[in-house]
Design a protein. Structure first.
Length: 571
């Protein structure tokens, strides 16, 4: 759904005057030929808009047309240059500060209802007693059934210290429940968890780069080192989408000497080019360090991991990162709107650019895909190790990302695991501590029976889909009739059996089920602790940090890393 800024309507004569003033002003900073092209096309746009508004057969909405044209124009440039109308400013501030005023809960759409998906520990929703799975019926007496998630979100947000009433339908309760809450300033901690993962290794999870996140990382590190005895540290940046550049520089500065270059920016406006260096004394430059990244690690996450790699300060483990090395600057527009536009590119200490050099080969999730050899250049780290550009940060130790089965995807997408967890809480008042909890056989068998009776639960395996495609091709090429019995036999062989697949893929389903259940009792920290129990990247990092010979060998270039293998840039 698009958001539109409601602006006062003006007479066409006034609009013409504004347009020509704007056109005349362009002459002050461009050459004549470029000026002519800009003025010509703006004039075409204005006359087209005037004719469309005057003569189109149906009534048009001028603001909607203009906003659509703005969004489509910016989309043709890159995914990060965006128009922010006044109505979206609160969401924009939350993205940069992690702060808003509301009840402190994730919400999601389920059929005709918006439901509480996850109350945040210590905030109004959790303190009032709202639970995951509660269906929102009313807010301050206004019916919320059938409303969109943004509509409900707008009703839940508001100035701090203001009150609201929420009526919900809760599974297991015969009558709706009403809760009275007071909105609070919600500050999401960028470090949701830190702790010891073995007798000498500390872990710090950083979810985003919002204001003061570097201070949170520093506090966590000092506590792990000085109070809990950590001799190694792991910084987890997996799925961290980035955020504030200054915070990324401050985090790198915690671990590298003062004066070291962390990142530089270069763009069209040379006066804006800048080199960011470590400006303070670090807190530790010698403790062995590993950084975990994934395909969802982007922007500021890539600056931190890339700088620590280029300066040979940490070993990077995981999958190649997203490949977003574009700098965005926010410019003010009329009527309290803003334009967030790409003005430069990031370059980390070796000189390589984080940004994917080839925009045409992206994975389905938007991360870097195939990078042709012709677009890959070689660089060197501080100690002479080979690293490459081409898009994103290639880890020193590559660990394949988990791949989930079709039934697992369906259980998550259709919220079957979520719904079962809601039912589980009704039947179980408590569970084992989060770091000990596992889904036992009895619980998993109950889950199987629960899924089997869900009439709406459906999924298709990849094998079935491929067979379906093959049959369509065979029919078009007149081969199907010649091998119809074989095709039907294969269809029968691949016929889905829910119970069989639930048992076949139990390991991956069981982990997601345990995370969702634990979240209901111990909030986000509990879910994190469960997720760490079978974490391949974490295990690899702990193993590496215990093996000082391999760790030092990687940083000194004596042990081959994936970052120094050109093939690793062609995942």
């Amino acid at each position: 759904m698009k958001n539109f800024v409601r602006m006062p309507k003006v007479k066409w004569t006034a609009t013409i005057a504004v347009v020509f003033v704007m056109l005349f002003g362009l002459y002050s900073f461009n050459d004549d030929k470029r000026n002519f092209e800009i003025i010509k096309n703006l004039d075409i746009y204005y006359t087209l808009f005037r004719e469309l508004n005057s003569y189109y057969v149906d009534e048009t909405e001028p603001e909607e047309l203009v906003t659509t044209s703005i969004n489509e124009m910016l989309e043709s440039l890159d995914p990060y240059t965006t128009y922010i109308p006044e109505s979206d400013m609160e969401d924009f501030r939350f993205m940069t500060t992690g702060e808003y005023a509301g009840i402190g809960s994730l919400i999601s759409k389920r059929d005709e209802h918006v439901v509480i998906a996850e109350p945040y520990e210590g905030f109004p929703a959790a303190k009032a007693g709202l639970l995951a799975g509660d269906k929102i019926l009313e807010i301050d007496g206004k019916n919320m059934v059938g409303k969109s998630t943004p509509d409900v979100s707008d009703m839940l947000k508001g100035p701090a210290n203001t009150s609201l009433k929420i009526k919900v339908e809760r599974p297991g309760e015969k009558k709706p429940l009403t809760f009275e809450l007071t909105r609070e300033k919600i500050q999401i901690n960028a470090v949701p968890y830190y702790g010891m993962v073995d007798d000498e290794t500390g872990l710090i999870i950083l979810n985003n780069f919002t204001q003061d996140c570097a201070r949170e990382v520093e506090k966590a590190f000092l506590d792990l080192r000085d109070q809990q005895g950590a001799k190694n540290v792991i910084l987890d940046l997996r799925a961290n989408p980035g955020g504030l550049l200054d915070e990324a520089v401050k985090i790198v500065n915690l671990f590298v000497p003062r004066g070291m270059e962390v990142v530089s920016t270069k763009g069209k406006v040379k006066q804006w080019d800048k080199v960011y260096k470590a400006t303070r004394q670090p807190i530790d430059t010698v403790m062995p360090m590993a950084v975990l990244i994934s395909r969802g690690s982007a922007s500021a996450s890539e600056i931190v991991s890339g700088a620590l790699q280029d300066l040979d300060r940490a070993v990077i483990i995981g999958q190649r990162s997203f490949g977003k090395g574009l700098v965005q600057t926010t410019r003010n527009l009329s009527y309290n709107a803003k334009l967030k536009l790409t003005t430069a590119k990031y370059y980390i200490p070796s000189g390589r650019c984080i940004q994917a050099l080839d925009y045409s080969h992206r994975n389905d999730d938007g991360s870097v895909g195939l990078v042709p050899d012709s677009l890959i250049s070689e660089y060197e780290t501080l100690k002479g190790r080979k690293v490459y550009d081409g898009g994103g940060i290639s880890p020193d130790i590559l660990v394949d990302a988990p791949k989930y089965s079709s039934i697992t995807f369906a259980l998550v997408a259709q919220q079957t695991i979520f719904d079962y967890a809601t039912q589980f809480v009704l039947d179980n008042k408590s569970i084992a501590p989060a770091n000990e909890y596992k889904v036992d056989d009895a619980t998993y068998n109950q889950f199987i029976e629960y899924v089997k009776v869900q009439e709406d639960f459906k999924y298709t395996s990849r094998s079935q889909q491929k067979l379906k495609d093959l049959i369509e091709i065979a029919k078009k090429e007149d081969y199907y009739s010649k091998a119809e019995d074989d095709f039907k036999q294969l269809e029968e062989t691949l016929k889905l059996d829910i119970e069989k697949d639930l048992n076949l893929f139990r390991n991956e389903i069981e982990e997601l089920l345990a995370i969702e259940i634990t979240k209901r009792y111990y909030y986000q920290k509990g879910a994190i602790l469960v997720g760490l129990q079978e974490d391949k990247e974490l295990f690899k990092a702990k193993e590496l940090l215990r093996d000082k010979s391999q760790y030092n060998g990687l940083l000194n270039g004596q042990v081959l890393s994936h970052a120094g293998d050109k093939r690793s840039m062609k995942e």
